[in-house]
Write a protein that binds this ligand. Structure first.
Ligand code: SOE
Length: 400
């Protein structure tokens, strides 16, 4: 019989993809994990009255509003969960923390280092906890990788190789969205998905990025205006009515880490055929780990100390002894994308109760923001890219 614990009353701000995902997580967490407090969805906040009312009814939120301040001002709300475009994170999080709320804020933390630092300073002054939603840390396979690396199983880390490949923008006529507007999103693929790679790399390696050399590209510079129906499945309107794209479509950069490792990163939403290929490989002097979210229940492990049967082992991370896995199904049945967010909700509730550390904290997320800013600064000065000398002109008379 599950013990009932005091409620942790949730206000969720945002009704897009992450609003749906976080709703699922708050409801699922207490059904599979023993928690010190029971998440209680109370208030859903959106932008449009009709779409917000429809989402609240469909996702079983008792109350709804179109003003986030309702979440901050009410005494019967304990947690403000921010799932909105990046240009609103700082104002909402700082107000919620000042009102004594606990805050979960989607990634990247903010649209600038200055904003992220203001949020971190607000968290340091606050009574509530403040966590950033780098959800891939909660993949059982990556949590296992971190345990193995922390135990020294792959030795001294030399290489970190991370790619996050999506393709939902490969079609030049896929509709414009706030994620393509620098004023709202801060950056494009770099901050949206490259931030995940940066956070995971630093967290797994236990080292921070200290310098980068980068280049970015925007392949499609304008896109059709999205129809009025947005958030719950909008479709594009007339493709001749286009809005400018003011962010990167793709970013590539090398990185130095303070522990001596060398990093190579790639983030793109134009990798045609790759729907959500979030990959990372870390090579040490005694072994390696490799992860690909397209096979998210598996971790590839190489141990140099192995005997003649050497090679990368494909570990199914579904055993009860593996991180988070024991709460779900028998070994071998596997988890999905949504379970990362349930694990995030579990760890958030446990952090509120002081049972576990807040991870990632706003300070951790601000370090990611500093790396994002360095990448954009480096890419802005493409002069760092040394042109390859042109081929010598062919000698007269030689065949082309
Ligand atoms: C981008 O499309 C996106 O939704 C990211 O914003 C999420 O952080 C990532 O988990 C999935 O892709």
């Amino acid at each position: 019989m599950t013990t009932t614990t005091s409620p942790l009353r949730i206000a969720l701000i945002g009704t897009g993809f992450m609003g749906r995902m976080h709703t699922q997580a708050w409801r699922t967490a207490p059904r599979f994990f023993d928690l010190p407090r029971t998440p209680e969805p109370v208030l859903l906040v959106g932008r449009r009255p009709d779409a917000t009312a429809e989402a609240a009814a469909r996702w079983d939120w008792p109350e709804h509003s179109i003003d986030w301040r309702d979440a901050v001002d009410r005494d019967d709300i304990d947690v403000v969960d921010i799932c909105t475009p990046g240009d609103t994170h700082a104002e909402i999080a700082i107000a919620a923390l000042a009102a004594g709320k606990h805050v979960l804020c989607e990634k990247p933390l903010a649209n600038s280092v200055a904003e992220a630092q203001e949020m971190t300073d607000a968290a340091a002054r606050a009574t509530g906890i403040a966590m950033c939603g780098f959800s891939y840390r909660r993949t059982p396979a990556l949590a296992l990788a971190r345990e193995l690396i922390a135990e020294g199983r792959i030795g001294e880390i030399r290489h970190v190789r991370a790619q996050y490949l999506q393709d939902w923008l490969s079609d030049p006529d896929s509709p414009h969205t706030w994620r393509l507007d620098r004023d709202r999103a801060g950056s494009g693929a770099l901050g949206d998905i490259g931030a995940h790679s940066i956070d995971a790399a630093q967290w797994l390696a236990g080292q921070d990025v200290t310098a980068v050399s980068a280049t970015v590209r925007t392949f499609v510079t304008s896109r059709p205006r999205r129809s009025a129906v947005e958030g719950l499945g909008g479709v594009a309107a007339d493709t001749s009515d286009r809005l400018p794209v003011t962010v990167d479509d793709a970013a590539a950069f090398t990185a130095r880490f303070d522990g001596g490792a060398l990093g190579v990163f790639e983030a793109t939403r134009m990798a045609t055929g790759r729907r959500n290929a979030n990959r990372i490989e870390i090579n040490g002097d005694r072994g390696s780990i490799a992860f690909d979210f397209e096979r998210m229940n598996e971790l590839e492990v190489y141990a140099a100390a192995d005997d003649a049967a050497q090679g990368f082992r494909r570990v199914q991370v579904t055993e009860a002894r593996h991180p988070y896995a024991g709460a779900w199904w028998p070994a071998g049945h596997g988890l999905g994308y949504e379970h990362l967010f349930t694990h995030q909700a579990v760890d958030f509730v446990r952090a509120v109760a002081g049972e576990v550390a807040v991870s990632p904290s706003f300070a951790d997320a601000t370090q990611v923001q500093r790396v994002l800013a360095a990448v954009e600064q480096s890419a802005a000065h493409d002069s760092i890219l040394t042109p390859v000398a042109p081929a010598a002109a062919p000698i007269e008379g030689t065949p082309a």
